[in-house]
Design a protein around this ligand. Structure first.
Ligand SMILES: C[S@@+](CC[C@H](N)C(=O)[O-])C[C@H]1O[C@@H](n2cnc3c(N)ncnc32)[C@H](O)[C@@H]1O
Length: 211
């Protein structure tokens, strides 16, 4: 599923991408406000699927001092990140399903529904892979919606479709139970679940896995 979604982000209209963040209420970093205290002293932080840099800009605005490494598959978004956010390390066009990293991160962020763009099997395998690339005692924060609104349509079950002029995205919304099961399946030792509301009052959840 995830490979079929790649073209969507290669052709995405950046203005619309940023507009989606505003509609969902994430543009000012409502998600970052919830977890920043927990990660503020990290020395190495990796963001998976960094998009146009919404999260990285939010962290920098809060004064985050650690090293930021951004992984992004779309060459167009990578070029945008390179031009607009100096002083971060970019992992060039790596696929987050199989990335390799020498400097093991203490904190890994997988935000704004990133995990939804993978099939159920890909979600388990990718969670296992991410765990294998982290420091011992590191934390992984995965962010998902409770329900889909503004961007995408829920098709009755857990399948979501996003249909735009430039392409389509297929997604799968995991249940809280499935997200909880990833803890032991991927070899994490602990999980904290934080529900929060965005600036436009949407209910979303942060899953904080500890290795
Ligand atoms: C919903 S956006 C989230 C952007 C950003 N994390 C944020 O919260 O604003 C998902 C991002 O993940 C990237 N992505 C999706 N699958 C990927 C993969 N297999 N490897 C690397 N990046 C991927 C997409 O290109 C896109 O930029």
């Amino acid at each position: 599923m995830n490979d079929q979604n790649a073209a969507f982000y290669r052709r995405i209209d950046l203005i619309r991408f940023q507009e989606f963040a505003r509609l969902i209420g994430l543009d000012k970093g409502a998600d970052i406000d919830c977890f920043y205290e927990r990660i503020k002293n990290a020395k190495i932080l990796l963001e998976l699927g960094a998009g146009y840099g919404r999260v990285i800009n939010g962290l920098l605005k809060k004064g985050f001092q650690g090293k930021i490494i951004a992984l992004e598959r779309s060459p167009e978004l990578l070029a945008y990140l390179k031009m607009h956010i100096p002083n971060i390390v970019l992992l060039k066009e790596q696929d987050l399903k199989k990335f390799q990293i020498n400097e093991k991160p203490e904190v890994v962020l997988w935000m704004w529904s990133g995990i939804l763009e993978y099939s159920p099997l890909e979600q388990i395998e990718t969670m296992q892979h991410i765990a294998s690339q982290m420091q011992e005692n590191g934390i992984l924060i995965v962010e998902i919606p409770k329900q889909v609104r503004y961007v995408g349509q829920q098709m009755g079950n857990q399948i979501i479709e996003v249909n735009m002029e430039w392409g389509n995205l297929q997604a799968y919304l995991p249940t809280e139970k499935e997200m909880s099961n990833f803890c032991s399946l991927a070899g994490f030792s602990d999980l904290e679940i934080l529900n929060y509301k965005t600036a436009t009052h949407l209910e979303r959840t942060l899953f904080i896995y500890k290795k």
